[in-house]
Design a protein around this ligand. Structure first.
Ligand code: GLU
Length: 545
């Protein structure tokens, strides 16, 4: 039995939660709960320009939807280590910065961003790495900068020595003494940088294990030097493998922009439309033309722009953010289960795991080092498994959440009984909730045409029309229009006529659905109700005459 571990997920609220973040949060939660410890959520909102409250709320909502509930963090009863928004912890960071200043382990630096950019460009041109090191200033220089209203940043006086990260997944990763420069710890707006705040908080919140994406690996050397400067014990670290998209690049929100651009170009080419000013597309999509031109020239990758372009061109954008999956009718249980297996396996061939099973068997020691490929078909398969197996009440709840996230589904109008009926009818074959209205659309719109092939095969042959008329009369006299009573009724007709159940049911199915496909006939008719069922059969019979 290991000691209880404290882990944390620490997203920056600069956008919405995506699959990579979900997997990190999940692994943190599983690792903590597997050891009997706590999983913390901390919102890293120190980048004033890019953080928004809306994004923070979106992350909390997505985490709750996925049932990735934190033991300590925003809104939990246990606030011992709070507050959990970094923007509310500024005094603590400033005190820690002051401590390093007092001990001579940090210093004020005065170069402006523009001056540093110029230096960086020079270094680039000379094919050198730009590394900031402490520079001497005279008192006069400092006074002049102060007079012109400049504010200093605080930089860490980085000790020049090799640093080794002992990573739980990747093993030892060492950098030499020139790699880490004197990085900024306090910006001129008085906010700490990510590197500084993350160390202070992970220490203060007594975090034992930091799990995060591999893109952070080279930051960890900086963090270790800060722990050392404070004389604090550093937590353990584990850097998770990247998630690749099907084309083998790092999966990112930018993929949406890429797909939208490709489709727009394709459309311009096939229709001969202008692909320079993009006026037609701006008009069709109802978006600002200049912004669109910038987007098409890869000046930015805005998700809302990509979505507007996709709507206008019919592009199918890849699913990346939690919101994409919710909107497309996926189940949170399936997403979590799928992501759990993306870069980790339980060591046997189990694929569908309950949360308890995940907690019991998960261990970061079996997380793979190399990138994992996101397989949308596998997720779809997983979703279908959960469609079949989750309790009806859970599906009902998720169906409500899905309907809150989409517009214009006929299912909006259904009461609870109607929604339950839809779930019962379609869960054996629906891959996502979208399939409910794709497959069950006919339930909401009375057919006006009937598939010729089906009509010929099931109605016009072997006295099908007479059978349908007889069944219609029986249905109209049927008092109980519930599914069980209807099933018994169809069985009686089948027995009386000596024909099979299918032979009796199929003409009715064609009449009410317009096609040969529907859920069980008794469920379909019970859902439609007597009046609608009879009206549909009558309309069909009229169409035959
Ligand atoms: N705020 C950082 C991010 O969202 C967190 C990285 C970490 O877990 O330390 O990338």
């Amino acid at each position: 039995m290991t000691a209880p571990l404290r882990t944390r997920f620490a997203p920056s609220p600069t956008g919405s939660l995506h699959v990579g973040g979900v997997r990190t949060a999940l692994y943190c939660l599983l690792e903590a709960h597997g050891s009997g410890g706590h999983f913390l959520l901390r919102i890293e909102d120190t980048d004033q320009a890019r953080s928004t409250e809306e994004a923070a709320n979106g992350i909390l909502r997505d985490m709750r939807w996925l049932d990735l509930l934190w033991d300590e963090g925003p809104g939990t009863p246990d606030q011992t280590f709070g507050p959990f928004f970094q923007s509310q912890r500024l005094d603590r960071y400033r005190a820690c910065v002051q401590q390093l200043l007092d001990e001579g382990k940090a210093y004020e630096a005065w170069e402006s961003r523009e001056e540093l950019d110029v230096e960086r460009k020079h270094a680039e041109a000379a094919k050198e790495n730009f590394r900031y090191r402490r520079r001497p200033y005279t008192a006069d220089q400092i006074a002049a900068w102060r007079d012109e209203g400049r504010l200093p940043v605080v930089r860490f006086a980085t000790p020049r020595k090799p640093v080794t990260v002992v990573d739980r997944i990747l093993g030892e990763v060492t950098v030499d003494e020139d790699t880490v420069d004197d990085f900024v710890i306090l910006k001129d707006d008085g906010f700490p940088t990510y590197h500084f705040a993350v160390v202070v908080d992970d220490h203060d919140m007594q975090i034992d294990l930091v799990l995060r994406g591999q893109e952070h690996l080279m930051n960890t050397h900086k963090h270790l030097l800060l722990y050392e400067a404070f004389g604090w014990r550093a937590p353990q670290h584990g850097h998770l493998p990247l998630i690749f998209n099907p084309t083998g690049q790092k999966m990112s929100k930018r993929d949406k922009a890429r797909v939208a651009r490709e489709k727009a170009r394709e459309k311009a080419k096939s229709t001969g439309a202008d692909a320079k000013t993009w006026t037609w597309l701006a008009e069709e999509a109802g978006i600002d033309r200049e912004d669109l031109v910038a987007f098409m020239a890869k000046k930015h990758d805005g998700v809302s722009m990509a979505e507007a372009v996709a709507r206008a061109t019919g592009a199918t954008l890849p699913l990346i953010e939690v919101n994409d999956f919710r909107r497309d009718g996926y189940l949170p249980e399936a997403i979590v289960n799928y992501l759990c297996l993306l870069g980790w396996s339980p060591g046997d061939d189990r694929e569908v795991l309950t949360r308890d099973e995940m907690v019991a068997v998960f261990s970061i020691d079996r997380v793979q080092k190399t990138a994992a490929r996101f397989d949308a078909d596998k997720l779809l398969w997983m979703n279908q498994e959960y469609m079949k197996s989750l309790p009806e009440d859970t599906l009902l709840e998720h169906l409500g959440e899905w309907l809150d996230a989409v517009h214009g589904s006929p299912l909006h109008a259904l009461d609870e009984a109607g929604r339950r009926a839809m779930i019962r009818m379609y869960r054996p074959r629906a891959r996502t909730f979208e399939d409910l209205h794709r497959l069950g659309g006919f339930l909401f719109v009375r057919p006006t045409t009937w598939a010729e092939k089906q009509v010929k095969k099931h109605v016009l042959a072997d006295g099908g029309v007479e059978r349908l008329r007889a069944t219609r009369d029986t249905l109209s006299a049927q008092e109980d229009f519930g599914a069980d009573a209807l099933a018994a009724m169809f069985q009686r007709l089948a027995d009386d006529t000596g024909l099979g159940f299918g032979k009796v049911a199929q003409p009715v199915r064609v009449a009410v659905s317009g096609d040969g496909v529907s859920p069980e006939i008794q469920d379909t008719l019970a859902f439609l109700g007597r009046t609608e069922t009879l009206a549909r059969i009558d309309a069909f019979l009229v169409s035959l005459s």
